[in-house]
Design a protein around this ligand. Structure first.
Ligand code: ASP
Length: 428
């Protein structure tokens, strides 16, 4: 019998009726043997995710506030248990939490309780992530240990439900992955079990070719390569956690992004090699700044270039592009990621680098047209659309790979540009 590793996101488990849908999906295919769950997510737009409540509970200033938030969490779990008529009772565990569980051990509880409930609903044994998701000192997955542990679980039980989002550090404490990290757990189980496929159930039918807030009813992308997925995620497309594909890439395990509310509807398949070349996403984001440093030979002098990057390393999280010529280097950063005032940075650059000129261009948007092997066509499409709406490029970046092309321009053009490219692609 084959193995399908399956993961359900928070909206798929947000209340009893959603859990029943997820249960039906698992029970309709006996190869769905290893199931990872997120914590219950939002039931309606103003609702709070269970994990957000746990973070809020942890930072509560008084014991009363902490208990008040915890009572909301308990009520959500208890009402799910009641609605599903399960004979589960978490009161002893609630008691221990009240006594003072903190930090990652607390944040992990959303997934922990949810997995216990879901396991009981579908009649699968529960496996605590603490016993199978081993992490190294830095919090990175210890793949050989995880593989051994998951295999031994599957040999004993054949099927299991595992909480996502957390694992065990070498000192036996709990650590959580970055937010949205249950995708990573699901991928690790797929890797460890050498699954035939990793099915990620969420609340959309996979990746859309463009943001539905800008394009009405955009097409679902049928196929993505792992590389394309990582490029799309880096530009804000957040259907699947980008890091989750890394172990899958190694074994070539395909990922299917499916909709719990439409399990037989269209979906996106993410794999090593796509069957045909096609565009897989038009993604854009606002809020970038370009620092341009003019200094004779700076673009040729590697150590000066390196020093400039070191300088930015101390003041921001990421550098998105470094267009350069012989006597000028541009550094593109995100405005919200800067930890220092812009003017202070300009002053510091002036004194540390003796720059002849420094300019800062603000309100930049980046748009990437992603598609493996489609860079030349992508460039033509972008330039054509820019001409049509009379937008001027501030920078053009072919990328260090063949996965797509990125253009920077004034952010007022973001929406019209996405709409024009989408329309041209549909009519071409
Ligand atoms: N529950 C965690 C979060 O809200 C992890 C996840 O949902 O994947 O970030």
């Amino acid at each position: 019998m084959g193995i399908k590793a399956v993961k359900f996101g928070g909206t798929s488990l947000s209340h009893a009726d959603q859990m029943k849908k997820a249960a039906e999906i698992v029970q309709s295919d006996k190869e769905r043997r290893i199931i990872t769950v997120s914590a219950p997510g939002k039931r309606f737009p103003q609702d709070e995710k269970i994990t957000d409540l746990f973070y809020r509970m942890d930072s509560a200033e008084t014991k009363e506030q902490r208990e008040k938030i915890f009572s909301l969490i308990r009520e959500r779990f208890d009402s799910i248990i009641r609605s599903l008529s399960l004979s589960l009772d978490f009161s002893e565990e609630y008691e221990k939490i009240s006594e003072g569980v903190k930090g990652a051990a607390l944040y992990a509880k959303g997934e922990y309780f949810c997995a216990k409930i879901f396991a009981s609903l579908i009649g699968y044994p529960f496996t605590d992530a603490y016993d199978v998701i081993f992490l190294d000192k830095k919090g990175n997955p210890d793949l050989p240990k995880i593989k051994k542990a998951i295999r031994s679980v599957l040999e004993t039980h054949e099927k299991t439900v595992i909480p996502g989002f957390y694992g065990r550090l070498p000192d036996n404490s709990i650590a959580v992955f970055p937010r949205g990290g249950s995708d990573i757990t699901g991928a690790l189980t797929a890797y460890a079990a050498e699954a035939d496929v990793y099915e990620n159930f969420t609340d959309v039918n996979g990746f859309l070719l463009a943001d539905p807030r800008m394009i009405s009813d955009p097409k679902t992308v049928r196929e993505l390569s792992y590389g394309e997925l990582r490029r799309l995620s880096s530009m804000g497309a957040c259907v699947l956690h980008a890091d989750s594909v890394l172990p899958l890439k190694e074994r070539g395990i395909p990922v299917l992004i499916r909709n719990t509310n439409d399990p037989n509807g269209s979906f996106t398949k993410i794999c090593a090699k796509k069957e045909s070349f096609s565009f897989s996403g038009i993604v854009g984001q606002k809020g970038y700044l370009l620092f341009s440093v003019v200094l004779t030979e700076i673009g040729k002098n590697l150590s000066a270039f390196q020093n400039l990057l070191h300088f930015f390393e101390a003041h921001t999280k990421h550098v998105y592009s470094t267009p350069h010529t012989v006597d000028a280097v541009g550094v593109l950063v995100s405005e919200t990621e800067l930890n220092t005032e812009r003017e202070t940075l300009v002053q510091a650059l002036r004194t540390q680098f003796h720059a002849e000129e420094i300019t800062v261009t603000e309100h930049i948007a980046l748009l990437s047209l992603i598609g493996e092997g489609m860079s030349a066509q992508g460039t033509r499409q972008i330039l054509k659309a820019m001409k049509e709406i009379e937008a001027e490029p501030i920078l053009l970046d072919g990328g260090a790979d063949s996965l797509g092309i990125t253009v920077g321009f004034h952010e007022k053009y973001l929406q019209p540009l996405i709409q024009t490219i989408y329309r041209n692609l549909q009519s071409g």
